[in-house]
Design a binder for this molecule. Structure first.
Ligand code: FES
Ligand code: FES
Length: 161
């Protein structure tokens, strides 16, 4: 076992991990931050997306030890301490961008990275950026609408369900 230390959601944390321990496992099992979901463990679904040093990362594709010293943000950092949703989360709620909710933490974290890089994305840019995040429920249209709305843009032109 090896000690790993990182900053997660603004707090310094450390733990003992094996070389094979995934970052997704570390945040869920060592830190109890179960908002990061694991859908496939093979880098395909995007449910485990979080931010490492400001960039979206599929945390099942990264060993915990690779994040030693990094700044990590999980979905738990998105809402305010009193539970008030952030702009992206609120837009997902307002535009029905979720059904079962399993993909939603990864979608929100990916959307946050997109809007950081590109504050006014087109519908196609949103769809392309989300290509690594799979949703089995919504058909994506309302997710795209939510992200358009979160960026302050008109959602009426987004393809209907
Ligand atoms: S659980 Fe990481 S991409 Fe599916
Ligand atoms: S809302 Fe169910 S997988 Fe996306």
């Amino acid at each position: 076992m090896t000690k790993v230390t990182m900053t997660v959601n603004g707090k310094s944390v450390s733990g003992e991990v094996e070389g094979r321990t995934l970052l997704s496992t570390f945040v869920r099992e060592n830190l109890g931050l179960t908002g990061t979901h694991v859908g496939c463990d093979t880098g395909q679904c995007g449910a485990c997306t979080l931010h490492v040093n400001g960039k979206s990362v599929k945390s099942c594709n990264m060993f915990a030890l690779e994040a030693d010293g990094a700044e990590v943000a999980t979905i738990e950092s998105m809402a305010a301490a009193d539970g008030t949703l952030n702009t992206i989360q609120q837009a997902f709620q307002d535009h029905h961008g979720l059904q079962c909710g399993f993909c939603t933490p990864g979608m929100v974290m990916t959307a946050a990275s997109l809007l950081e890089e590109n504050p006014k994305p087109t519908e196609q840019e949103i769809r392309t950026y989300l290509s690594g995040n799979i949703c089995r429920c919504t058909g994506y249209h309302n997710i795209v609408k939510a992200i358009m709305a979160a960026s302050g843009q008109d959602v009426s032109a987004v393809a209907a369900e």
